[in-house]
Design a protein. Structure first.
Length: 255
């Protein structure tokens, strides 16, 4: 069973007064995550599926023995050109990489094999509609779409094959409350000073999942001059490098 670690300093809800991010609570199949003004609480009914690890773009959640870097090391040990994933409910396939839930697959794990000279990913899904994690299918669909968008722009030959339970693209538009330009301008002088002072005294934590993603994308697109349009991604219409500290200044100032 996974040991779930939480780094609350990376949580947008706890750091940003404007943030309405609810990705972890939205996709948690057991509704086991409670976020109040000061902390993140995991209830006892958590089934350790790892979906919150996939859902959070900021790396708040980490899995001791099932995070992306651990699974990457398992991928590296496979000589075959085909990498196959399945879940614990479908673990009759001993030759596959088994994870607690397939909806926990991040774009990192769907991209990395192709940087390691693999040619195909096969995802063997059981009948998921009866599983308590089925409500997170939309998240899985988004991750496949992001991976395919990057791969189509960067390499000539790749295949992500989903057996049995085929997924269809789903729309997931998060609506954030906006601040008027006049209100934003009136707050700038005071707010900038407050934010810089507050964040400069806080300990900074890295997001290993995001750093892994950057490294993968650098390898895949280094020879491509084309831009990549990603939907449902934290990188949409933004250019962010690994020096980003997650300070939320941009979120607080953006009108």
């Amino acid at each position: 069973m996974n040991s779930l670690k939480i780094e609350k300093s990376l949580c947008a809800r706890l750091k940003g007064v404007k943030s309405r991010c609810d990705l972890c609570t939205k996709f948690c199949p057991k509704e086991s995550i409670v976020i109040n003004k000061k902390e993140i609480i995991i209830l006892e009914n958590c089934n350790h599926c790892g979906i919150c690890y996939n859902a959070c773009p900021n790396g708040v959640f980490d899995l001791d023995n099932e995070n992306d870097n651990e699974i990457k090391s398992r991928i590296d040990k496979i000589d075959n050109k085909v990498i196959s994933f399945t879940c614990e409910r479908n673990n009759k396939f001993s030759s596959m990489i088994t994870i607690p839930c397939l909806y926990r697959l991040t774009e990192n794990l769907l991209l990395y094999p192709f940087t390691a000279s693999k040619e195909k990913i096969v995802i063997e899904m059981p009948e998921c509609s009866f599983c308590e994690n089925f409500k997170s299918k939309e998240l899985f669909t988004q991750r496949v779409e992001i991976a395919e968008a990057i791969l189509k722009k960067s390499i000539k030959k790749f295949e992500i094959k989903i057996n049995q339970n085929q997924t269809k693209p789903l729309n997931n538009t998060l609506k954030e409350p906006s601040l008027s330009r006049r209100s934003m301008l009136s707050l700038l002088p005071k707010k900038i000073k407050e934010i810089i002072k507050e964040k400069s005294t806080n300990q900074l934590f890295k997001n290993p999942k995001r750093e892994f993603f950057y490294e993968i994308v650098k390898i895949l697109v280094r020879e491509s001059d084309e831009s990549i349009e990603l939907k449902n991604s934290a990188l949409c219409n933004l250019t962010i490098d690994t020096s980003c500290r997650g300070c939320i200044v941009c979120e607080k100032l953006c009108p």
